[in-house]
Design a binder for this molecule. Structure first.
Ligand code: MTE
Ligand code: MO
Length: 233
């Protein structure tokens, strides 16, 4: 799970350039149709073909790494909280919604440069979910696991303790839409979009933060908006 063996500074620049090329290819594909999209992804890189922007709405770009959006079935979906905990838990959708409800308005930033202002999120505080599992003192980080395998990402416990970190099951007053990660996604407004894992179904308490999906491709683990990934540094 370590970064690829590239020269100093290269992973960061390589990563953002690749991402921008991918997005450009995706937007073009809306006009050119599927055949053109296959062609474009074929020439950019093998990684780009694993990324499929779908329908941009209200400033959002919809991303999946697999080209397939996981389906939420309330009968079978669970949010599992495990790892270094005294009391592993598995919450149903109703149990998650029964936890204290919080709302916030925050701005969302993708590392490629697009931003959505004033997103109205509703959900639960991460701390309220974690408390039920009783994390052990040796756990200094959290792994967020998506139903979209193999998308995972990590936060240190102190990053995860920021006041406005939440697990959101509502966006702009409605249940979180499938393309935005139904039934629940991580929201950490201080960090770029790739830390905001969609289609969440597991949280594990782990000893330390390691690379998530995009970080293995060269993005920064500490993805502070405006001061990471080559911005403001
Ligand atoms: N499971 C999963 N979560 C994900 C992604 C993804 O491809 N798969 N993309 C990330 C990135 S790079 C961004 S910018 C945001 C985009 O959120 P949206 O698709 O709701 O616009 O989701 C993040 N979470
Ligand atoms: Mo992103």
């Amino acid at each position: 799970m370590d970064s690829p063996p590239l020269p100093d500074q290269e992973p960061r620049r390589y990563g953002r350039r690749l991402f921008l090329a991918t997005v450009a290819g995706g937007i073009s594909s809306l006009y050119w149709g599927k055949a053109a999209w296959d062609h474009v992804t074929g020439v950019i890189s093998p990684v780009a073909s694993a990324v499929a922007p779908i329908l941009p709405t209200g400033g959002w770009r919809i991303y999946t790494i697999s080209g397939h959006m996981p389906e939420f079935d309330p009968a079978t979906w669970r949010l599992r909280v495990g790892g270094l905990v005294d009391n592993p838990v598995s919450l149903t959708y109703d149990e998650l919604r029964a936890l204290p409800h919080v709302e916030q308005v925050s701005t969302f930033h993708c590392v490629t440069g697009w931003t959505v202002q004033d997103v109205h999120w509703g959900g639960v505080r991460l701390g309220d979910v974690l408390a039920r599992a009783r994390p052990q003192a040796s756990g200094h980080a959290l792994r967020f696991v998506s139903m979209e395998v193999p998308y995972v990402d990590y936060l240190t416990v102190s990053q995860a303790s920021l006041r406005d970190v939440m697990l959101a099951y509502e966006m702009d007053g409605k249940p979180l839409a499938r393309e935005h990660g139904a039934p629940v996604r991580l929201v950490i407004p201080e960090m770029y979009g790739y830390k905001n894992v969609k289609w969440l179904n597991g949280i594990d308490v782990v000893p330390k933060a390691v690379n998530g999906y995009w970080e293995d491709l060269g993005y920064d683990r500490n993805a502070w908006v405006g001061r990471s990934n080559g911005y403001g540094t």
